[in-house]
Design a protein around this ligand. Structure first.
Ligand SMILES: C[S@@+](CC[C@H](N)C(=O)[O-])C[C@H]1O[C@@H](n2cnc3c(N)ncnc32)[C@H](O)[C@@H]1O
Length: 216
């Protein structure tokens, strides 16, 4: 275990080399969750924040007329571009989700965010940018490591050789998500907790929220 905290962006640039091929039950369950929650819907325009190596971007490109996907790790984006090849309805860009997003006001019907917010200390910027970029009635879908697992000290991590690298993470309670959503004019449509089949009886691994932007 390393004692030196690593910068989040550097960590994901490094992890990008093995993110897709590593064993990772949380990543795999998230892929199931987004399909279960959103699979039967279609959207004209989607923004995916923290798209990483494009694990969910492929699926979103089938749900949406246009997908704008961004991440602050160039390494992860390189992998995403390799994976999506020349899919014409996806545009990737490098951007930090805690700064103003490279997206116009009211330009999206859906914003998605999977396994990213544990790395963001202050949720309010992300919610206010989601509110700015969504049309009225648009949806904000979030799937994150369940805080119950964060309380056990679990954070995103990967191996660099035989060293485990733990990526800096911030605990967000369920009430933090609900509180900031309400302040940013979202209403909760659905909250679900998710387990792998073989984890029944243990604390949930993931939590997902589906929020709807209300008209002010
Ligand atoms: C665990 S990966 C998840 C990637 C993808 N969403 C998925 O589900 O496979 C977390 C991603 O969030 C990105 N990330 C973390 N903080 C970010 C920030 N402030 N701005 C943009 N991307 C960020 C990382 O670079 C990384 O690609």
């Amino acid at each position: 275990m390393s004692n030196n905290p690593i910068n989040i962006q550097d960590a994901y640039n490094e992890w990008s080399q093995t993110y897709d091929s590593d064993k990772n039950a949380t990543r795999d369950l998230d892929q199931v969750v987004i399909r279960r929650v959103l699979g039967e819907f279609r959207f004209e325009s989607i923004i995916e924040i923290g798209c990483g190596s494009g694990k969910n971007t492929v699926f979103l490109s089938q749900l949406g007329g246009r997908v704008s996907a961004f991440d602050f790790s160039e390494g992860m984006l390189t992998k995403a571009k390799e994976k999506l090849g020349k899919i014409p309805n996806v545009i990737f860009s490098v951007a930090d989700i805690t700064k103003p997003w490279p997206c116009a006001e009211q330009s999206a019907n859906l914003v998605t965010c999977n396994l990213v917010l544990e790395h963001v200390e202050e949720l309010s910027v992300v919610f206010s940018e989601a509110a700015r970029t969504l049309v009225n009635g648009g949806w904000f879908f979030i799937c994150e490591l369940h805080p119950f697992r964060q309380y056990q000290g679990i954070v995103a991590n990967y191996y660099n050789g035989d060293q485990i690298i733990q990526i800096p993470a911030f605990v967000h309670h369920i009430s933090d998500f609900l509180g900031v959503a309400q302040k940013s004019s979202f209403v909760l449509k659905q909250l679900q907790e998710w387990w792998r089949e073989k984890d029944q009886g243990k604390p949930p691994r993931l939590v997902s929220f589906l929020f709807e932007k209300t008209v002010k």
